[in-house]
Design a protein around this ligand. Structure first.
Ligand code: SF4
Length: 367
């Protein structure tokens, strides 16, 4: 299929929707990017695509996939006297073993919201008598900037700057998903931002080994619709991984960002909410930077409680949709979130609550 870069024309959008609606057999697809999840909900695509396409959300929200145990470690580190934990705002209310960072702050822990790892580095340079730990979450997209901040810390001799790396890698999570018993997804809408770093070739195993197609998509309604249309068409031929977002994603990704990333990090085992421990699915700090690795600190982390109320893990694996969680909207809301899928601005529960539950149907179609 030839993909076009025209993504604002209502005529093109209507044409794509009509063609998708004409398919003879419904198809189940999954997006694995929190920004896609939000874009799909915000533009009201789910009801417009049903019943031809059933869209599930996968483990694409970096805040949501962070495990309770890892959040517990962040809370424990924040509680060490003389430490400032610097984090993105979304992480403040994520429940973990031992509570949230917000609760830790209310008990007196030094937790500071920053907008980038470089802000955290600047904080460390200002507050030389304290250890500043940046809480590194996210996928291959954010890890290069965290790596760059560690390289800069080394260059400038900032010895009180540390990183707690909870970064995750997308391809191992996709492999774990497709190997799950009963996994019924027939195609993936692949993440635009992550792919701009790692390139589309990183997912070729989906088509080659599992016969599941994937299309890298941008974030406008037309980008997503084109990707979906291509995935529907792929049922006819040999499964492949394609790019419908060539204005940002190159086949080989961004070699410079990858180089920076792997100068500081290396693949490491990681625990994911919903997917448990997976080998080489995260990023650990290399031995050469160990003096900046807060993950190596010995801290006591309480065992995560299994209260079974929050179904975030099942949502991240595409096993259920938010309205199937008994807590959704009744008890759990963005003002009173019980789990990270409702906390995060890219969480599936938050996106359903804010947009799908209100039945939005795409004002963009009116041009
Ligand atoms: Fe968890 Fe709330 Fe989502 Fe239910 S609605 S899965 S409790 S975040």
């Amino acid at each position: 299929m030839r993909f076009i870069d025209e993504y604002r024309s209502p005529d093109i959008l209507r044409g794509l929707l009509d063609r998708i609606g004409d398919i003879p057999r419904p198809m189940t697809l999954m997006e694995v990017c929190g920004t896609h999840t939000m874009a799909i909900s915000r533009s009201g695509l789910r009801p417009l695509l049903a019943p031809a396409v059933d869209l599930l959300s996968g483990p694409g929200c970096p805040v949501c996939v962070t495990s309770e145990r890892d959040m517990g470690k962040a809370v424990a580190i924040a509680g060490i006297p003389g430490v400032v934990l610097a984090t993105f705002g979304d992480m403040m209310r994520v429940p973990g073993a031992g509570g949230t960072l917000l609760e830790a702050a209310s008990r007196g822990a030094a937790v500071k919201v920053v907008y980038s790892p470089l802000d955290a580095l600047a904080l460390a340079e200002r507050e030389k008598d304290r250890k500043v730990v940046f809480l590194g979450v996210g996928f291959e997209t954010t890890a290069p900037s965290v790596a760059a901040s560690l390289l800069r810390a080394r260059e400038r001799g900032v010895e009180n700057f540390y990183v707690l790396s909870l970064h995750k890698l997308v391809p191992p999570a996709l492999r774990a998903l497709v190997e799950m018993e009963g996994f019924g997804v027939e195609g993936f809408i692949l993440p635009g931002h992550v792919s701009s770093i790692i390139g589309a070739g990183a997912y070729s195993f989906l088509a080659d080994e599992y016969g599941i197609p994937g299309v890298v998509a941008g974030f406008e309604p037309a980008d997503i619709l084109q990707a979906i249309y291509a995935l529907l068409g792929s049922r006819e031929g040999k499964p492949s991984v394609d790019v419908a977002y060539s204005r940002a994603v190159k086949a080989g990704g961004n070699p410079r960002a990858i180089d920076i990333l792997y100068r500081v990090f290396e693949p490491a085992d990681a625990e994911w909410r919903g997917l448990s421990f997976m080998p080489a699915s995260g990023l650990g700090i290399r031995e050469e930077f160990r003096e900046h690795d807060a993950g190596a600190w010995e801290v006591e982390v309480p065992e995560p409680e299994e209260d079974g109320k929050c179904r975030c893990g099942d949502i991240l694996c595409g096993l259920i949709k938010p309205p199937q969680c008994p807590m959704f909207a009744a008890v759990c809301t963005p003002d009173n979130p019980l789990g990270p899928c409702m906390v995060s601005s890219e969480g599936t529960c938050a996106s359903y609550y804010l947009y799908d539950a209100r039945g939005g149907r795409g004002s963009w179609l009116r041009g």
